[in-house]
Design a protein around this ligand. Sequence first.
Ligand code: PRX
Length: 633
Amino acid sequence: MAKPFYQLSTEEEYKKAYNKSVSNPEEFWDEIANTFQWRKKWDNVLNWNFSGPDINWFINGKLNITENCIDRHLKENADKTAIIWEPNEDGAPVKTYTYRQLHEEVNRFSNVLVNNGISKGDRVCIYLPMIPEAAFAMLACARVGAIHSVVFAGFSSRALSDRVQDAKAKMVITSDGLVRGKKKLLLRNIVAEALEDCTSVETVITIRHTGDKVETNHLDKWYHVELSKASPEFEAVEMDSEDELFILYTSGSTGKPKGVVHTCGGYMVYADYSFRNVFQYEGDDIFWCTADVGWITGHTYIVYGPLLAGATCLMFEGIPTYPEADRFWKVVEKHNVNEFYTAPTAIRALMACGDDLPDKYPMESLKVIGSVGEPINVEAWEWYNKHVGKHRAALVDTWWQTETGGIMISNLGNIGEHKPTHAGLPLPGIQPVLLTAEGDLMEENGKEGLLAIKFPWPSMIRTTWEDHERCKNVYFSTFKDHYFTGDGAKRDENGLYRIIGRVDDVINVSGHRLGTAEVENAINEHEHVIESAVVGFPHDIKGQGIYAFVICNEVLDENAYRAEIENKVSSIIGKIAKPDKIQFVTGLPKTRSGKIMRRILRKIADGSHDQLGDISTLLDPSVVDDIIKGKVN
Ligand code: PRX
């Protein structure tokens, strides 16, 4: 496929594009957006203020994103493969869908939605394994104008229930079961439990995948039955640029996860722009992103970005270590993957399995290998570069967030300087700054500051679902006229950014964001727990592990309590939030105003007992000693 003018190939082109994107952002994005298929062009490109926040891109433009993901490719590339699905079991049949077949699948699914009462603006919750129907379901929602809210299928029934209730979803799309490696989950049964408290849900569409017998009730419709009644034709619903496309829940430092809202026009333009430029996709390349569609990475770089670009995208149901720890490399070789995108936690886990596994596979097809979700340490960067990229493929360390919708800071393929642990330069259109805690601009390089963005970009968060105030407070109130990322970062002498990590009470476990308050609330539900405090600590594989300090009214059996607390957290949030370490304590270090000093707990958790700093402001400094000594009762 021909490259569009905005896919940059050299450092000079990047610099030129970047300068234009800053000096004349509206013209810059206008020209790019013009290459998409719109039902009606926009009146003006951008209206914004960060104090609302009120951000509008491509104002009054009318479109349907799926016409850009699918229909637009039918003229010349109908027979190009859109999706290759590699199943959990090695050697089991692979499924492929051309753009023509994708068109038909999404049209049929759209009819299933509409036949079951879904229309524009309704929320549909998707709780599915990594099967092609997950992509079809998302696209079908977008095609009928419904707002999808995908919930990662590793989340528990409680977490699912919270998200369904918050969005007041009218429908849930799930499957009978899910397989991941050797593990199996009966998703429909988890949904049944979740829906006990959800009055908004009128229909559950269940896709038969594992063939397991699951609970069904009056809400249920089997997908295959509905499909047999659905026409393969469907006229996409016209959407405004600023109509909501999806909600995706993510953790913050306080309270329950919030529903980050993305809208149609801007997200579309930036998903495509960032995909093409970062991964330098071309021709008949095969692109593989190993994320789950339940996360933003899966939204933007499994579904929307690649399909907008008319790419062939591989979707993988399994895990990197099943049946053996060479599965990723085997799949790369089997499908001749050209661009491969994964997370540092997977790289570190595979690194621990030995060099000989990737070394058995030449992986000559690889041109770009990517990393996302958390800082990649030097050892993992070097290993990935040597054993997977074979020093041939360009390694892109991509920094972004659920809220940013697309990659913000990264190398563009092999353009520019590649420096381990540095994400690199901002993409055109992205204007990051480093600020001091007081909000002063740090122009000097080499010092750590707070990463903020001073100008809007098309795929940025518009609001948090039904709570605009929260969006304003979390992202736009820390610094006037800036979007605050919650991350600390440094810039080197050449302007390359290095992301240090979260500066708020969010921990990043295996690339998954978890709020400490969320985990603490779950722990506190244990009947004997009085109070708890959770911090992150360095973990060889996960990046950060979860360390919980827990006060109980009495600790009769430490091991039993530990297991019960782990189960509590798994059932309230999901296994990803299970604490790695639980220490029973008699008190927590608090200031006189009652605030827990997590700084001290973090030091204790990572073993730096001798670097606790000033503890004299604590209400009772002796608790620190008791924690270090391991006093329990
Ligand atoms: O702390 C940063 C970290 O992940 C956070 C965003 O998490 P989430 O919204 O779940 O999205 C993850 C996938 C886009 C950020 O605030 N993060 C993400 N990418 C990187 C990173 N930290 C360092 N380097 C990265 N490349």
